[in-house]
Design a protein around this ligand. Sequence first.
Ligand SMILES: [Cu+2]
Length: 459
Amino acid sequence: MDNPNRQAVDSGIMNNTKDEKKNKLPIPPLLEDKNPEEGKAEFDLNVQYGKKEFIEGQETETLGYNGDYLGPIIRVDKGDDVKINVANTLDEPTTVHWHGLEVPGEMDGGPHQVVDPKSSWQPYFTIDQPAATLWYHPHLLHKTGEQVYKGLAGLFYIEDEKSKELNIPKEHGVNDIPLVVQDKRFTQDGQIPYELGMRDVMDGFKGDTVLVNGAIAPELDVKSEVVRLRLLNGSNARAYDFNFSDNLAFYQIASDGGFLENSIEMHEVSLAPAERAEILVDFSDYNIGDKVVLRDGSYEVMTITITEESDSSSSIPEELVDIVQYDRDDVVTTRDFVMSGMGPMVAINGKQMDMDRIDEYLNLNELEEWVVTNESAGMGMMSGETPHPLHVHGVQFQVIERNGGEPPLNEQGWKDTVMVESGEEVRLLVKFKQKGLFMYHCHILEHEDAGMMGQFLVE
Ligand SMILES: [Cu+2]
């Protein structure tokens, strides 16, 4: 600190020696935009088989986009006309769903947009929603759980004037860090077979080892400055309670569909499968060599080491964006969504997914109130609780009530997935701006695959 130059040299040497030994956090690359024209973007996405060394000396059979495991980050600007060339090189069908994107039904990548083996699909759409951290993953009927588990998932960033103007970290992989958190169950020989036992059918497939960007207990080096972490719960069924060692405070700045109105000071953020949170962590008071651990409860997920002094003076902005709140008086239609049943019997409104049945008919641009309840508890025969995170395609909604009260502050922003615990009632205001056929479903992927999904048509 008294000699910044020497400090930088010293830590540089430290990095080099340490890098050989340690398990550095992999940073998914930004996918190359093939169309340099302003207002346009084009990407190639190949769905492929892979082999990945999660555990030293063991080669695991995986799936990936443009690589062995997970996928690159697709980054677009609001207003862009986007074209994506999806090539399925697998021997099995897949789909690519843009989770959180507001695009027409036929571009959504749900179970109807099957990409056959050795075939391609060219979805195109215009980005018409605020800056957000979204993601993409397969959505094949009855096969979503397996394909996501094997590695098919990637992040999708939208940037806009606001995200560029806000005084927040923006350097990809340096102080703007993507974190795809998943859990795996490795066999003795390092494989990740997707074989469901009774327990997995009931509660969803949960692993005993947590991975970040495909690495087990990785290490991230940062400067002593504010760092932005973009957290995605990319697990099939596990929910996380993220916190830091020393009960370090952090600030949530974005929920699923974009920035919150104000940054919220927190000590723990819970994420159900498919939920995202962008958080800012201030490391400016730390010394070189200090370590902070990102944890799930008390489980150590990732170690962050402060390795360098920062020359930037970053701060945590208090005010972020203005969110126009929907007015409940404008609600035209109210609908109930009752989630019930257990294991293979999980259902919504007493029904299981049928590709040939449309469950709900909606009008474009009409405000609706959705009353979502979880009645999976109280069956008497099992004492276990069954949470169901509900995801709605083609829209970002607003949570207005949780169990009759105001939702927590970090749920008072745009959401596309909402956790509904056993016995809970959550009320949402939703307005669809895109036409077509869309899905609503539980994002515990084993529940979704068992049929806990329905379809609605927006016209
Ligand atoms: Cu569920």
